[in-house]
Design a protein around this ligand. Structure first.
Ligand code: ADP
Length: 433
């Protein structure tokens, strides 16, 4: 890597997210709060050249794997982020504290704390604007305590205790304390004093109460003095505001990096069969050519994808096209009963990835994908290691600029099925030039 690339990628904030959607949510939150943010897929290659950014969110899938592996991958991420100059690392967990007594929040926190020599780690999954509040260490999901929320029946990590001081203590090798709302309400200095007090008592991590949005600002201001924190997008927001206002994130750099035009033909792919996507496809018919794939043909071989690419090649010069595998629920059910749910889903995802690859070979540089799994298959196939997060098309769906992709400059929009308004495809293309 060149000295210039190294210099341009000194980070104010490094984040390690324990799942992909949580990572996207955090990256989006940081971007909205004014930090130029890249989200990577897994631990990035050492030589990944970054544009000038303030924050990197490394997306792992470590929430429900063996604790030893979660620790290993989180440490590798931490090493990469610290190597890029990150002064503070946020370990991003779910806002419902998804974990079991075996981990993985405690073991990862302990390992990262050892690595950076932090005396006391700030921990809070609170995000009041999404109904996650913490009071006296108890996590509430909307109006009910965690252990009365639907999380009590989660298939992988049923949450039976709302008291996070106890929950974390069962997973961690260090003593866990509490910074209560009374301290948070008195402001950053009161929180600092309470943390110093706890650290003197040998407490290595503290759950911090937060009930109002303003509490996150206090917590973010204090977290900035530390090298490590643990929490959800709420504490990310607090940190982003603190960093932005301290001008450690240089806000004078043109923010067009994420949104600068790439040109080239544009295409949309839909693999989601959600109601919202079906309606978005119907609306797209009014503004662009739409090809409806035959799912039965997709499952029987590669001809359907080849046909789709030939169809697109004839039209791409005139403007964007949409290729959809999506069907109505009764047709989806019939296909699944003939071929099995997983086999059908996998075959169609791979066909969409084939088509995406072919479209990019044909010059497409702006690609909109509808469907969470479908997007995952497309991104894997295109071997895109990271994204710079840009303008928001619809709530939770930003324009993404590929970073380090084999195909070079590319803009993408990846949405899970139910996201976006009725004109999502044209809304996305309006922001992707
Ligand atoms: P969403 O975000 O709406 O859940 P996903 O892409 O995650 O969308 O999931 C949709 C799944 O349905 C994928 O596995 C996709 O391959 C599969 N699929 C797409 N079209 C059809 C179809 N016509 N029949 C059955 N399954 C389909």
């Amino acid at each position: 890597m060149t000295a210039a690339a190294k210099l341009s990628s000194q980070l104010s904030l490094g984040c390690i997210a324990d799942d992909y959607t949580g990572a996207s949510d955090l990256a989006n939150t940081l971007t909205r709060a004014g930090l130029r943010t890249v989200q990577t897929i897994g631990v990035p290659p050492d030589d990944l050249a970054l544009p000038q950014v303030d924050a990197v969110v490394v997306s792992l899938k470590s929430r429900s794997i063996e604790a030893r592996l979660a620790v290993e991958r989180s440490r590798a991420s931490e090493k990469w982020l610290r190597g890029r100059g990150a002064c503070h690392i946020l370990f991003k967990i779910c806002s419902t504290f998804d974990s079991t007594d075996a981990g993985n929040i405690g073991p990862v926190m302990d390992a990262l704390r050892d690595d950076c020599g932090e005396a006391i780690v700030l921990v809070t999954p609170a995000f009041p604007e999404t109904g996650r509040t913490v009071y006296q260490g108890n996590l509430f999901v909307g109006p009910v305590p965690l252990n009365e929320s639907p999380l009590k029946d989660h298939p992988l990590n049923p949450m039976h205790d709302s008291n996070l001081v106890r929950v974390l203590a069962r997973q961690s090798g260090t003593r866990i304390g509490l910074v209560d709302l009374a301290a948070v309400a008195r402001g950053p200095d009161a929180v600092r004093a309470r943390l110093a007090d706890l650290a003197r008592q040998g407490v290595g991590a503290a759950i911090i109460d937060a009930v109002f949005d303003s509490d996150l600002e206090t917590i973010g201001a204090v977290a900035r003095d530390h090298r490590l924190s643990v929490g959800a997008s709420g504490i990310g927001l607090g940190l982003a505001h603190a960093l932005a206002s301290a001008r450690r994130a240089q806000s004078n750099v043109p923010e067009a990096v994420a949104d600068a035009p790439v040109g080239g033909p544009a295409a949309c792919l839909a693999g989601s069969c959600s109601q919202a996507t079906l309606r978005q496809i119907a609306n797209a018919e009014k503004t662009m050519p739409v090809l409806h794939l035959d799912p039965e043909q997709i499952i029987s071989g590669k001809d359907e994808s080849r046909h789709a690419l030939a169809w697109a090649a004839e039209r791409l010069k005139q403007g964007p096209v949409l290729i959809a595998s999506s069907s109505a629920p009764e047709e989806v059910a019939a296909l699944q009963s003939r071929h099995g749910r997983n086999a059908a889903g996998h075959a169609i995802e791979q066909a969409m990835a084939d088509i995406a690859e072919g479209l990019v070979q044909a010059g497409v540089r702006r690609l909109v994908v509808a469907g969470g799994e479908t997007s995952g298959a497309v991104v894997d196939r295109l071997k895109i290691p990271a994204f710079l997060v840009g303008a928001e098309i619809a709530a939770g769906v930003p324009v993404l600029r590929a970073v380090g992709a084999d195909a070079g400059e590319m803009l993408l929009a990846l949405k899970s099925g139910n996201f976006g308004g009725p004109e999502f495809f044209s809304d996305a293309l309006k922001l992707m030039h």
